[in-house]
Design a protein around this ligand. Structure first.
Ligand code: DAH
Length: 350
């Protein structure tokens, strides 16, 4: 036994090993082959055992020869293993429906429409004051939209509201005030309700949309004053904007309230000092209000609770534009954005 014989044997085992590694059919098969050739009792290790039979001067050469081949084989093993692992993975993926190794798909969350967001916000504030929500009907009898609110057929204020008529007797509601009448007719006082939803007017330009949103409030109790009304509205404005904004009432006219007022709140953008949003006045109108006209209370029979002899109910009411509130709260530049369904606008309200 001499070094040249052993070197040849090393070469033979090395070549054979390379061949079988290359032909391995799976990672598992390759691993078994690795054990067979490179393992502790593998073919190469057995050759190593023959080193003792060599003369001393040949031992280092032999040892380094084996080590070089061992290293080369280990590298070959790693290379083939990577390839086989990939094949195994693809085989597995072909058989399995679910690929757990793929990155997950991000789920896009939507955002509430600002009108919805503001509506919920308003309802929340009033519900803390004991008000609950009524939605009413989008199509109303002329009676509920006008007559019962003390707006007779020839009344000039009908002209203020460009009405969509369905037929002689039915309209798309022009405001949420008819909700007051339905509630007064069907529910018993005392009452605290918020009515809200879509309203329609045949009006469309830069600052008007034919379909917009209103919120209506109605409170019926034994003693109701303008002071109560102002207290409620001022509280609401502060809560809604989350700022110490002042509220002011300007005398006005609505057929269904007496006295009537228009409500302004300090501009939430400049806090009252004057800016482009409020036309440099420091104030912005948000809606109308007043004590419910006794004629309206009478028509709806709220004071005819003969059973309990209740005849002296009083009421206040208010109505605000929801778009206006949203514009003020979020600094929205145009009423048109609300109906355009532009995802760039809507996604800002996440
Ligand atoms: N309905 C009125 C409108 O659409 C707003 C309004 C004013 C509602 C005064 C009220 C109120 O309840 O008291 O212009």
């Amino acid at each position: 036994m001499n070094i040249s014989d052993l070197s040849k044997q090393i070469e033979v085992i090395y070549e054979e090993s390379l061949k079988v590694f290359k032909a391995a059919s799976s990672s598992k098969n390759l691993y078994d082959l690795k054990v067979e050739f490179l393992g502790k009792k593998g073919k190469l290790s057995l050759l190593m055992g023959l080193m003792s039979k060599l003369p001393n001067q040949d031992k280092p050469k032999f040892g380094s020869l084996i080590n070089v081949k061992k290293k080369l084989l280990e590298e070959a093993y790693t290379e083939y293993k990577t390839k086989l692992d990939l094949i195994d993975l693809n085989k597995k993926l072909d058989q399995e429906y679910l690929d757990m190794s793929l990155p997950g798909k991000e789920i896009e969350t939507g955002a509430l429409h600002p009108i919805q967001k503001v509506s919920e916000n308003i309802v929340n504030i009033f519900s803390r004051l004991g008000f609950s929500v009524r939605t009413g009907n989008l199509i109303e009898k002329d009676y509920y939209n006008f007559e019962a609110l003390n707006i007779p057929k020839d009344h000039p204020s009908r002209d203020m509201q460009d009405t969509f008529y369905i037929d002689d007797n039915h309209v798309l509601r022009t405001h949420t005030s008819p909700i007051q009448i339905h509630t007064l007719e069907t529910e018993k006082a005392p009452l605290r309700i918020i009515g809200l939803g879509s309203v329609f007017r045949s009006d469309s330009d830069i600052s008007h949309s034919p379909n917009f949103y209103q919120i209506e409030g109605l409170l019926v109790e034994k003693k109701v004053s303008m002071a109560n009304l102002k207290g409620t509205v001022s509280f609401f404005v502060k809560e809604f904007f989350g700022k110490e904004l002042k509220t002011r009432f300007r005398p006005s006219f609505f057929p269904f309230t007496e006295p009537s007022a228009e409500v302004d709140c300090q501009c939430s953008s400049c806090m009252g000092s004057g800016c482009s949003l409020c036309g440099q006045t420091g104030w912005i109108e948000i809606g109308g209000c007043g004590l419910v006209n006794p004629k309206v209370l009478k028509l709806s029979n709220v004071n005819k609770d003969t059973e309990n002899n209740e005849t002296d109910w009083q009421a206040y009411a208010f109505g605000f534009g929801i778009e206006r509130m949203a514009i003020l709260k979020y600094g929205i530049k145009s009423i048109r954005f609300f109906n355009q369904n532009d995802i760039r606008f809507l996604s800002q309200f996440k």
